[in-house]
Each structure stands twice: as C-alpha cells, then as structure tokens.
Design a protein. Sequence first.
Lengths: 291, 257
Amino acid sequence: MRKLFVIMCALALGCGSGVAAQDKKDDKISTFHAYVDSDVCARLMLGPITESRMECSKKTYKQGSNLVIVRLNDNTVFTVNKTKLVKEHLGGVGKATGEAKTKSGEMKLDSFVPEQISEIPADAPAQRLLDVRTYKAKSTDGLFEKIRHELAMIPYITTFDFISFTMIGDDVVLTGWTVRDTNRSDAEYRVKSVAGVKNVTNNIEILPLGNQDMQIRASARAALQQQLGRYFWSNGSDIKIVVKNGNIILLGAVATKEDSDIATIKCNSVSMAFNVINLLRVEAPPAKNKG
Amino acid sequence: MNGHRASWKNKMVCFAASMIVATAVGCSKPQESTEAALPPIKKIPAGAQFSGFLKDYEALKPNPDVEGEMLTYVSTDAKKNLRSYLAIVVDPIEVYVATDADEKRVNEDSRKALTNYFQHALTMAVSDAFPMVEKPGPLTLRLRVALVGVDIGGQVAAGTVSADSKPLENALNIGKLGVEVELVDSETGERIAAAVDRTNLGAGAEIGAVNFSREEKFAAAREAFDEWASRLRNFLDSAHELKGEDLTRADKSYKPY
C-alpha cells in the first residue's frame, strides 16, 4: 500500500512538473510596444493609429466595449487581466510587460509604461502600425479584392459573425468575431492561399455561446427582421449582429440614417442586452440605370 | 432611530431564518440522478424499409452533393433553415438491431461500445462548425441519432481482447449498419434537416470489447464510425454551401471595415 502511495506521488509530481514546464514555455515574460484600444476598434482594425482611430477607441470604450492592447509589431490583440494598468492610457501607446499568449490572445500584464509615439525608433517594426503610408489603398490593389472575395465565400458565416481584414504591405491582419472555430481557421487558410499574401495575423475572436448571449442574438435578429427585413435574406444578411457578454455590436451596411437609427432602437429594446454599439455604415443603394 | 434599529434587527432575523429553511429544504431534497434515462434498444420492424426512428421519411431525397447512399432533407424555410442555428445539443444515441436479431442479447456494455465511440466521432467531426452545448435553447439544434441494423455475432472468446479491455458477451456485427439522423429546433421540435445514410462502411467489421477503439483488431469498426460521422459533416457542409443568388448577394454585401 505504501509503495503504491509513493508511486502515485511520484507520478503526480512528474505530471505536475511536466505541465509546469509546458506553461513556462508558453508564458514567457515579454515586453513590447502596444497601443491601448477598445475591443471593438482593435477587432475591426479601423486603419492605422491616427486621430480618428484614437477617437474610435475612446468612443466605443465609453459605449461599453472592453479594453485591450494591440502589439504594434504584428497587430496581435490581447485582452489583459489588469485593465486598471492601461485604462488611463486608452488611445495612447506604451511598453507592456507580462506573459503574452499569442494563440489565445490573453496577457497577464505586469506593467504598462506610457511612452510617446516619437520615442519608438523609426526603424522599429512597431512603427508600421503607426504609419499611414504602410497601409494599402483598397481601390488600387487587386490583392485586396481577391482576399475580400475569399472571405465573402466562407460557408459557415452567419448573421452573428463578422470577419474583417486590413492590409499592411503584403501582410494581412484578420479581425472580427465569430461563433464558430471553423470560420476562424477557414478564414486564415483562405487568405494564406491567396497568391501575394506574405504573413497573416489572426485576431478573429471566438465568441462564447452562453445562454444569455444566445437569447440576445435570437431576440435582436427577430427585432431587426420585424422592421428591417429587407436587409435579411434566407442565407445571410447585410446587417451583422455581434453579441459579446451582453453587448450588441451592429455591423454591415444599411441604406439610410433612419434605418441605422431604427436598428439601434430595436436592439435597445432587447431584454438582457447591456449596450448597443452601432457601427452600421450608411450606404445609399446604387442608382438604377434608367436606360 | 430605535424603531429603525428594531426593524433592521427583525429583517436580519427573518433573513437568517429563511436561509436556514432554504438550507434544510435543499439538504432534505433527494438527489436527482444527473444521467438521463437511456432509450431502450429497439428492433427494425419486419418488412419495414426504415427503422421508424425519424418522424417521417417521405421528404427524404437522394443527395447528389454527398457520395454513397444517402437520403437527405433540408428545410428551405427562409427563417428556419440550417443557417439559422449556431449550436447543437446531442441526444443519447439510439440503437436498432436487425429484424432477425435478438435485442435482449444487446446489453448495456454493448450499447456503450456502440454509442460512446460514435458520439466521440460525431463530436470530432461536427463541433468546430456546430459547437456542442449542454442544454436546448435559442439558435440551438437538437441532434437525434440512431445506429440502425446492428447484428449479434458469436460469443467473444476468452483472451480475444487485451487485459485492460472489457470483452463483450456477444460480438456486434456492423456489416449492415446504417445511420439515421435528424436535426430539430431544440425549443419547438420542428424538423430542420434529416438524413438516412445506408452506405455500407462496416462490411466484415465486428466489435468485441467495450473500449474497442484501443484494440487494433477492431480498427475496421472504428474507421466505419469515423467515416459515418465525417459523412454527416459533409452533408452539413453541402447544406451550408452558398449557391445561386445567395452567393452573389453574399459577395456583394461583404465589405470589410
């Protein structure tokens, strides 16, 4: 009996140290230049870090979006455990130190030291996110259209998923939210397969399927379909409803400002929803050719 | 002030009393079993074309998008089709023995052998597209599955399986096995999709142990179950593939931020 106990203890210690070793391997302490952002702006990557991006960060944080940090070297988004350390620096940059897990996009933050953008050396990789000139113009590049088309064809995308992307040179940053693992991996696979793409950073977040969020999704869709049914068709929709921890983010496009306002009102009436962040674009439908 | 203090004290006493009562009620209530009762082993009715597991078979049609012998149905209702759902809750897998087999010879171990592995195979094949959740709810489908046509083989001879595997009393023959599945709205029970897969994948395959996946000699059975699960995924993929006008509209509608 005593022998068995000794063997069990030895096994437990062995397994424990193995797991600890793996953890240590994954959780190296690192320091990098980071931008303090709101989850919504970071996932949508609304362009490089300019005045309008900073405004977006502050506005959507006020509307209920969580705080995150964006590693400037490669645009990876991290949720952090100690938001207090970064809260005051929203819309600014700094040096973040802690255990960063790139795959899960989580970081145990030890410290965050604010810095001026001018303090980051001009030749540092972190400058790429700060420099508008490194971003590709959508209208002049066939590569952008190829990637857009590939992402539009993902079969399991629904009204409740939104995947976006940004190009920095020939590197692609995938962003957005999905409820399905397969969409995250499929998007990365498709974009990597497009000739001309060099690196892909995958910031697509998998949303949890908690009962409350599921209820909100179903109610929000039903509410929007009631009055804005023309934006929904049997296998998709122009309006995307992203629900995360009780917050609704409306994405996509509608034809008029009135429709956008109706969408906000309808989603605000959904019980259990905390906040509605309306990022719908207003795009007038193309004029019909009379000839 | 004193009156306010007395009322506060009364409230505290009431709260403490209610907590004691609640605890007592909670502790005295008999523990409910967390395991749902398993459906009994059934038999395919004599002369019947199908097992009777599905609510109806009339709407099923051969599916050109999936190889092999598969009949399928997918709801085309604009508001209630496969694309309207995000998650799946899986019912316990049901087992139908062949018409001429004796269902009494399929005991709990035999059922476990058949259903545990297939449940695992289904999860592996489907869950990245349809995450599996514990409870029914909004936007959730209920997946009903039956293994149909299990036959009873001979006794499993002693020493046939390795020491750490539990042998079955009788081997299970899956040579004529098929799979019937139905996806229904988990809240209303409305049918959204169904499939009958009679593709013969288990020819010559037998199962002789509860954890047969550990035994190399039952590899053929394992491969057959993996393939049936993979075919179900193919069916779901084909039902999600954008076609015709949907394809054009999805392409036109998608604009990254």
